[in-house]
Ligand binder design. Sequence first.
Ligand SMILES: [Zn+2]
Length: 303
Amino acid sequence: MLGLTIPEPPRGCGYIGRFAPTPSGPLHFGSLVAALASYLDARAHQGQWLVRIEDIDPPRCQAGASDSILQTLDDYGLHWDGNICYQSQQTTHYISALKQLQQQQRLFFCSCSRSQLQAHTTYPGTCRHQLGAPVKGACSYRIQAPDLEIGFDDLIMPTYKENLAQAVGDFILRRKDSLFAYQLAVVVDDALQGITHVIRGADLYQQTPRQIFLQQGLNLPTPTYGHIPLIMNDQGQKLSKQNFAQAITTEAAPALMSQAIQRLGQALPAELVAAPVVDQLSWATQNWNRTLIPCHRQDPIAF
Ligand SMILES: [Zn+2]
């Protein structure tokens, strides 16, 4: 039988959260804030907190970055539960999910070149008829986007909904170079890890309806989502490796932890600023209040 086998959740655990970094470089302040938000939300709800390394796209990965990220999390007192999940080891599950969607006649093979699509904001449907066998040459797999509004209530940001066909169009699940698309991998992994709550950066807010659509197609549960504002640099860009965000050091842990807690709107008492991270985390877990997280409606972001 095709389909994903979802493990039974651990008994008595109603909350399983996760932090899922891409190992494209060492942890920087923006990813520390994202890790901290998901950690605190999980721990404040007596939940488990898992880590997944999203190393699905080898060209984006940097040698040694996974180990460096894990070491930094540990140094900052962000200790995870269970085994680390590596997306690079999940391929059989992604293939299984693709087959399941293919059986439903929702996938088609797309042989369009980049230049053919350049003039379009959403996919024009050129290859929608290529449902069955792969056509000649390298193809990507796309899924037909429904002419349907899909929305969700966010724990932090406003409720969001969009018509997938109009806003996104038929989107890619497996690329021409055979790599699996993030949308497919994240949905499969969240289900396989039993994730109930996803707290992550607002850059993924508008991608959530696509993920919910895939969850429905694969008959997987939809987690509860909460998106935190992105940390920007002085030029108003998201802190990321691409924008040369600095790696965070162990020596700076107490100071940066204080800043991260404050960025999440939590009023860390003055006597804990620069205290050992374990003391800061203990206070922040006990006093965690999602409603204090600065929340701002974002202008639509192009993906
Ligand atoms: Zn096409």
